[in-house]
Design a protein around this ligand. Structure first.
Ligand SMILES: CC[C@@H](C(=O)O)C(=O)SCCNC(=O)CCNC(=O)[C@H](O)C(C)(C)COP(=O)(O)OP(=O)(O)OC[C@H]1O[C@@H](n2cnc3c(N)ncnc32)[C@H](O)[C@@H]1OP(=O)(O)O
Length: 308
């Protein structure tokens, strides 16, 4: 449960989200005071260490200081960018780094080698098939993806090729989705006799609504680019003559053109509104506003008549 706590002083706002306490400062940056699990207190450390031993592939994080956009690449070409155990842990570590990147305004999630992600590595599912392993993997992935969704920068999934099972779930952890003309998203979980477990089921309801989510999940319906746009799952289609990463960068740059404090503040306001009741969200919005009102970006724009 989210709990607004107090304005520390004019410069800092202290709040807690479940067991995570964070402080938001005048620059719109936040830092965690503690990083315990968002969703569970179960100590799954040893199981996560076992999962981590299922190696293969990598998660690459690049931060571009000029555009203030980071690119997270899912790279496990041999098995169509399926996530090995070590990649799940690397994804968590990359989110740690992004939380510390105070200048960042945007983040792109993309797959290497012209495809997005074919879900969890099925070899991992074969080796670690107990409910305890399922619980530990879900906790790791849900916590990581919840933190991705709540980053104070705007996130975009750029989908080329296939996003299947857990791969489809990953796309739902981003604020926006761009999909290339021939790409496909499919929640294939029922075909494997399972359900979503990385938080994608719950997030899908928020994105497309309850009835459409039921259809897409239970029916394991193949979602083309055109369908995704029509269902509100994608925000735009990338035409075949465009390089997908460039198209994603250009699309995102238009949204994050404003000053860093405003962009990060807005993302946090929207995140809180999404997770809190209206009263708390309004209170939080007011509190973030006090960190930008009278701050250098506004004063400079008043002084020089500059518009961002
Ligand atoms: C919580 C998430 C979790 C869940 O609970 O649901 C999951 O995500 S489970 C995984 C769900 N995903 C799938 O079921 C996708 C399975 N893969 C495919 O359907 C196809 O491979 C593909 C992704 C459509 C690509 O087809 P194609 O281009 O024809 O290539 P191949 O089929 O020949 O695949 C090449 C190579 O990759 C291996 N592969 C693909 N996906 C996975 C995966 N998820 N885990 C492990 N390995 C995967 C595939 O077996 C081939 O290997 P080789 O036979 O050794 O060449």
């Amino acid at each position: 449960m989210w709990r607004f706590m107090s304005i520390q002083n004019r410069n800092e706002l202290l709040c807690t989200v479940n067991r995570i306490s964070c402080v938001i400062n005048r620059k719109g940056c936040y830092r965690h005071l503690s990083r315990t699990s968002v969703l569970s207190v179960t100590d799954n450390t040893s199981i996560i260490q076992q999962l981590q031993k299922v190696e293969g592939g990598k998660i690459k994080l690049e931060k571009f200081d000029d555009s203030k956009i980071a690119v997270l690449t899912i790279d496990n070409e041999r098995i169509r960018n399926a996530l090995s155990g070590s990649m799940m842990v690397q994804l968590r570590d990359a989110i740690n780094q992004l939380e510390e990147w105070k200048e960042g305004k945007g983040v792109i999630l993309i797959g290497a080698s012209s495809t997005f992600c074919s879900g969890a590595d099925l070899n991992l599912a074969k080796q670690f098939n107990s409910p305890e392993h399922g619980e530990a993997m879900c906790e790791l992935m849900q916590t990581t993806l919840t933190r991705l969704k709540r980053l104070p920068m705007i996130s975009l999934a750029v989908i080329e090729g296939k996003a299947l099972g857990g791969g489809a779930e990953l796309t739902t952890a981003c604020d926006f989705r761009l999909i290339s003309k021939n790409a496909e998203i499919r929640f294939v979980h029922v075909k494997r006799g399972v359900t979503p477990g990385w938080g994608g089921g719950s997030r899908l309801v928020n994105i497309v609504g309850r009835r459409m989510a039921l259809r897409l999940l239970a029916g394991s319906i193949k979602i083309t680019a055109k369908d995704a746009l029509q269902y509100g799952l994608a925000d735009d289609i990338i035409s075949s003559d465009q390089v997908t990463l460039h198209a994603g960068m250009n699309w995102l740059k238009k949204i994050i053109d404003g000053p860093v404090n405003s962009i990060r503040g807005i993302k946090q306001i929207v995140t809180y509104a999404d997770d809190l009741g209206t009263d708390q969200a309004l209170q939080f919005e007011r509190s973030v506003f006090t960190t930008v009102w009278g701050a250098p970006a506004l004063m400079e724009s008043l002084e020089t008549k500059k518009k961002y």
